[in-house]
Design a protein around this ligand. Structure first.
Ligand code: S3P
Length: 446
């Protein structure tokens, strides 16, 4: 398919009140839990990005009945835990690592044979981090070299229960093990010493699973799940995605004169690292109407243009903002001073090698940066000081939605326009990105 280049140019003040789409992590999980529950689950605010639509399709292939009504609410009639249908074709998870890894967990303890694949990016990402801990279930996995998709699973539901301590800070791995544990006959235990996002735990609670979460003295949590619970269909209201909110928030901070309000953003503490970091950099962000919706803390956010200072971040904060380093790098490029972000090894196995993509992208817009081991160092140019790009040397996005969006936001405040080689991937997580920025007054054109 042909690439679609985009360009963003210096913007007038961004003004308005907006809602960004539903949270991607919660949307995937809502569909998967609806599949496992008995009865009809209604989901409002579901993210209709390509990643989640791939999950919706897989849910149907596994026996769920899925329909969207005129009001935009999704209705899923579950197949039920232990009763999944064997799909008659390959499950294509598109660009989504979350969909692939969570489904591998879920399918490993159902007695069906399935084959999973994905797009070029997903077929390059490591899956052994999930199949490794799941081997104890007796399921058998066959995959390409280096643990890559396509991958086949012959699931087993008669296996030993699971006891697993996360070796990498990955909510996807934790969730895969928890989903596998659901169809095992006894008690399984998963330890997450890193404190990764806990939407699967919240969803287990919401659907009535028998589980406990203990705080570990050393930090993180231990989750104990009793297998074969009676999961009952529930209504779910998906809050706005903080990882998508990150883009209009950063844009409002960088474009002089901006004043933007975002409605109903999920502020689960396992997801708010970026907002903490921006606060320390001097960002003027106010949280209004704090409330709980669908079991998740939510608030409106009011953001105005702010002069930013450089920051040093330690590895401990990374799990709570693992997807936000591309946009934080743009904020750091517009800050006064040198920023340093530590512990970014996991960025190498995201939708692209994001550490390399950020570094190369910064170079092509005239910002000095360096990678030292797992750390990224960025020399800030000060507010409005980023030189910008040139059409002959666009930022290379590697079909990574967050790289594309981040560098387009950079172009709203740089001296010269910024070009990205391809904007198509934006639809994986933020389908109305271009329309929403147009409504705020920005010029981003394809
Ligand atoms: C996600 C977890 C994170 C994140 C991804 C969504 C999830 O991945 O990067 O976009 O929904 O569990 P890892 O768990 O692999 O860090």
């Amino acid at each position: 398919m042909t690439k679609q280049p985009y360009l963003a140019e210096k913007s007038p003040p961004l003004k308005g009140e907006i809602s960004v789409p539903g949270d991607k992590s919660i949307s995937h999980r809502a569909l998967m839990f609806a599949l496992l529950a008995r009865g009809k689950t209604r989901i409002s605010g579901l993210l209709e990005g390509e990643d989640v639509l791939a999950t919706a399709k897989a849910i149907q292939q596994l026996g769920g009945r899925v329909r969207k009504d005129e009001a935009g609410v999704w209705h899923v009639e579950g197949a039920g835990l232990g009763k999944l249908q064997e799909p008659d074709d390959v499950l294509d998870m598109g660009n989504s690592g979350t969909a692939a890894r969570l489904l591998i967990g879920l399918l490993s303890t159902h007695p069906v044979t399935t084959v999973l694949t994905g797009d070029h990016s997903l077929r390059g990402r490591p899956m052994a981090r999930v199949t490794g801990p799941l081997e104890a279930t007796g399921a058998s996995f066959q995959m390409r070299s280096k643990g890559r998709l396509p991958l086949s699973i012959a699931g087993k539901d008669v296996a030993e229960c699971l006891t697993y301590r996360l070796a990498v800070a990955s909510a996807q791995v934790k969730s895969a093990v928890l989903l596998a544990a659901l169809n095992l006959p006894g008690e399984s235990v998963v330890e997450d010493p890193f404190g990764t996002r806990d939407h699967t735990e919240n969803m287990l609670r919401h659907f009535g699973a028998d589980m406990t979460v203990e705080e570990l003295n050393t930090g993180g949590t231990r989750i104990t799940v009793q297998g074969r619970p009676a999961l009952t269909a529930r209504d779910i209201c998906v809050p706005a995605d903080p990882s998508s909110a990150a883009f209009p928030v950063a844009a409002a901070l960088l474009v002089p004169g901006s004043n933007v309000t975002l409605r109903g953003v999920c502020l689960n503490p396992t997801r708010t690292g970026l907002f903490q970091a921006l606060d320390r950099m001097g960002a003027q962000i106010t949280f209004l109407n704090e409330r709980v919706e669908g079991g998740e803390p939510v608030a409106d956010m009011h953001v105005v243009h702010s002069a930013l200072q450089a920051i040093t971040l330690e590895p401990e904060i990374v799990p709570s903002m693992v997807d936000e380093f591309p946009i934080l790098a743009i904020a750091a490029a517009n800050a006064e001073g040198t920023s340093r972000f530590e512990g970014l090894g996991e960025l190498r196995v995201k939708e692209s090698d994001r550490l390399a993509a950020i570094h190369a992208g910064l170079a092509s817009i005239g910002v000095s940066a360096a990678i030292h081991g797992e750390a990224l160092v960025i020399e800030g140019c000060g507010a409005g000081g980023v030189p910008g790009g040139n059409a002959a040397r666009p930022v290379v996005t590697h079909f990574d939605h967050r790289i594309a969006m981040s560098f387009l936001i950079a172009g709203l405040a740089s001296q010269q326009p910024i070009h990205v080689d391809d904007g198509r991937a934006v639809a994986t997580s933020f389908p109305n990105f271009f329309a929403l920025f147009g409504a705020l007054g920005a010029t981003i054109v394809g």
